[in-house]
Design a protein around this ligand. Structure first.
Ligand code: SP5
Ligand code: ZN
Length: 334
C-alpha cells in the first residue's frame, strides 16, 4: 500500500519531556519516522497540503490558533524554559472562562500534561502529520484499498481543544472525518495507550465508532483518566489489558474490535506499535508475529482503510513491527 510521507514531520524535535517535574530524554523523536520509513519498500507519496478548514471538523479553532503561534509568543517572552511548557492548568473546578493573558499561563488553557512541549518546528510538523493522514484518506477515497501515513508527531491523545500525550492534532480522527464522506467509519486503535482523544472527539457520533485495546489505565498507565471498560457504549468500545499481557489476550481483543466494527464503510487504524515486548513506554508484551496477525484481522474487514502511525518507541524494532502489520493487512484483505 502507498506510504504517505512528509519531511516536515521531522521538524518537531523536543529534546526533553517534563515528567514528574523533571526533564527526561524525549522518546517521541524524529528518528522514529525515518526508522519506520526505511523498513518499508512500498511506493512513497508526498503529503499534500490541505486547508486548515478541514481540521475544524475535529478541532476547535482556538487550539489551532494557539498551536500555530505558541512557540513564537513563548520565544518572544524570554522565559527560562526554551520550549513551551505549562505551569498552571485550567482545572474544571476553576470554572475558567477565558484564555489567560500571560504568555507563561496560556499553555495551561490548552495542554493537559507537561510532557508535550512546543518548540520551533512543532506546529509545522503537527500540521504535516495531519496533511499526511488527509492525503492517505484522499488516496483511499480515490480508490486505493489502503494507504499508510508514516508520520509524527502522533495524534490519538489530542482532543478537540487540548493537546497532550506527545500529540497536538488528532491525525487519525482527522482522517476518519474525511472518510465519513463515504459512509460510517470505525477508528480501531491498537496503540499500547488508550486513544482518549479520538474517543472524546467522536463521543455520541453515530457515524464514527471508536474502539481501542490498550494497557489498563486502572493499573497506573497513561492516559490515566480514561480508557476504562465502562466508558464503552453503542459507538465506543474499550478493551483494557493487564500489564504484561502478551499475544493471546491482545489478539483476542483485536479480533473483538474487528467483529464489533463489522458493517462500517471505512476503517482507520491508529497504529501504535508500542504494545510490543521491549518497548520502553508500555508493559504489554506483544510479538512481531502477533502484529502480523493483527494486520490480517484488521484487513479481513475488507473495507477501504487508512493506517495512521501513532506510538512505538524502540527505534531498533518499530520499522519491522509496522512492516509486519501492513503486510498482514494486505494478506487479510486477499
Ligand atoms: C502516542 C503515544 O504513544 N503517547 C504515549 C504517551 C505516554 N507517555 C507516558 C510517559 C510516562 C513517563 N515516561 C517516562 C519516560 C520519560 N522519558
Ligand atoms: Zn502509545
Amino acid at each position: 500500500m502507498p506510504v504517505v510521507w512528509s519531511d516536515r514531520c521531522l521538524l518537531h524535535d523536543p529534546a526533553a519531556e517534563i515528567w514528574v517535574g523533571t526533564p527526561t530524554p524525549a522518546t517521541e523523536v524524529p528518528a522514529r519516522a525515518t526508522a519506520i520509513r526505511d523498513r518499508l519498500d512500498a511506493r512513497v507519496v508526498d503529503a499534500q497540503p490541505h486547508d486548515d478548514a478541514v481540521l475544524l471538523a475535529v478541532h476547535d479553532e482556538a487550539l489551532l490558533a494557539y498551536l500555530a503561534s505558541a512557540w513564537k509568543e513563548w520565544n518572544g517572552a524570554e522565559l527560562p524554559q526554551e520550549q513551551v511548557v505549562p505551569y498552571v492548568f485550567a482545572h474544571r473546578e476553576l470554572g475558567a472562562r477565558r484564555e489567560p493573558a500571560a504568555v507563561w499561563a496560556r499553555p495551561g488553557w490548552f495542554a493537559y500534561d507537561t510532557m508535550t512541549l512546543i518548540g520551533p518546528g512543532t506546529w509545522e510538523a503537527a500540521r504535516a502529520a495531519a496533511d499526511a493522514a488527509l492525503t492517505a484518506a484522499d488516496l483511499v477515497l480515490g480508490g486505493e484499498p489502503a494507504a499508510y501515513a508514516c508520520t509524527r508527531p502522533p495524534g490519538h491523545h489530542a482532543t478537540r481543544s487540548a493537546y497532550g500525550g506527545s500529540c497536538y492534532l488528532n491525525n487519525a480522527a482527522i482522517a476518519a472525518g474525511a472518510l465519513t464522506a463515504a459512509g460510517p467509519v470505525a477508528v480501531l486503535d491498537v496503540d499500547a495507550h488508550h486513544g482518549n482523544g479520538t474517543q472524546e472527539i467522536f463521543r455520541g457520533r453515530e457515524d464514527v465508532r471508536t474502539g481501542s485495546v490498550h494497557v489498563d489505565p486502572g493499573a497506573g498507565w497513561f492516559p490515566h483518566f480514561l480508557g476504562f471498560a465502562d466508558e464503552s457504549d453503542g459507538s465506543n468500545l474499550n478493551l483494557p489489558l493487564a500489564p504484561g499481557a502478551a499475544d493471546e489476550p491482545w489478539l483476542e481483543a483485536v479480533a473483538e474490535l474487528v467483529g464489533w466494527a463489522h458493517g462500517v464503510a471505512g476503517l482507520v487504524v491508529a497504529l501504535g506499535v508500542d504494545a510490543a515486548a521491549g518497548d520502553p513506554e508500555s508493559p504489554l508484551q506483544v510479538s512481531g508475529a502477533a502484529f502480523r496477525e493483527s494486520g490480517r484481522l484488521l484487513g479481513s474487514l475488507g473495507v477501504p482503510t487508512v493506517v495512521v502511525q501513532e506510538g512505538g518507541y524502540d527505534l531498533a524494532t518499530i520499522g519491522a513491527l509496522v512492516r509486519e502489520t501492513l503486510l498482514g493487512l494486505e494478506e487479510g484483505r486477499a
